[in-house]
Design a protein around this ligand. Structure first.
Ligand SMILES: CC(C)(COP(=O)(O)OP(=O)(O)OC[C@H]1O[C@@H](n2cnc3c(N)ncnc32)[C@H](O)[C@@H]1OP(=O)(O)O)[C@@H](O)C(=O)NCCC(=O)NCCS
Length: 205
């Protein structure tokens, strides 16, 4: 397996499928039917903002991130309207806005991570996150943030093992009832990245 930054164009459809299968709790209530959801996701991918785990023949996993206001998935209001029409589009745009996080200039926001079902539990996710840590250090970012939903304790455990801590909890009730999200609470987690001088301060303390 190889971890590389970016994504080849041929893989956009595979990523959309992977996200819809692995992150259905977030995407399906908002985007609904899979064909249109796939169309929207595929057309919204910014391929530089990710790390992909691949073999010669397969895409095993993907870690998507936002830096400097550029998202891996840039789902614009116009795109949503063009796929779902005006009224439905507005409702879907409101749902999506609940999951948006705007990162500061010294922060990387981990937008999404998904590993295909047959490859889970084999450290693919860990290696994708480690690749992001290295990228953050090399580019002097101070922190990495992410959001995880209350019904995904396994992913939360993985993030805690890798040094993320919960910094904010957001209850989305009663909006979850309107959007039909199966979760009620979202945790914002953060990992500090120690580079240069900060790194030595941490070791000596
Ligand atoms: C969460 C996910 C990316 C982890 O990737 P992975 O390659 O399976 O993870 P690793 O093998 O590196 O690490 C496994 C750890 O992840 C956790 N984990 C989370 N979901 C898991 C799953 N479905 N199968 C196996 N391990 C899982 C385990 O608790 C395990 O911890 P441990 O090593 O202490 O036992 C992957 O399981 C996945 O794609 N899940 C569905 C999508 C998702 O939940 N994404 C996160 C949204 S915030």
């Amino acid at each position: 397996m190889e971890i590389t930054k970016g994504l080849s164009n041929n893989n956009k459809g595979l990523v959309a499928d992977l996200f819809l299968n692995a992150l259905g709790e977030k995407f399906t209530p908002i985007l609904g039917d899979k064909i249109r959801a796939k169309q929207l996701l595929e057309s919204s991918i910014h391929p530089n903002n990710c790390f992909s785990a691949t073999t010669d023949t397969e895409l095993l996993g993907i870690l998507a991130f936002q830096i400097n206001d550029t998202n891996f998935l840039s789902i614009t209001f116009n795109k949503i309207i063009s796929v779902y029409g005006l009224i439905n589009g507005i409702i879907k745009a409101i749902g999506l806005s609940l999951l948006v996080h705007n990162s500061s200039s010294d922060e990387i926001y981990l937008e999404a991570i998904a590993v295909c079902e047959s490859a889970r539990g084999k450290r693919v996710g860990t290696q994708l996150i480690e690749a992001l840590f290295l990228f953050a250090k090399e580019n002097n970012f101070k922190s990495i943030t992410l959001q995880v939903i209350d019904i995904n304790p396994n992913a939360k455990k993985l993030y805690e093992r890798m040094g993320f801590v919960v910094v904010k909890r957001t209850r989305i009730w009663p909006i979850n009832l309107i959007i039909k999200f199966p979760f009620k609470e979202v945790f914002l987690m953060k990992k500090e990245i120690y580079t240069g001088f900060h790194k030595y301060l941490r070791i000596s303390s």
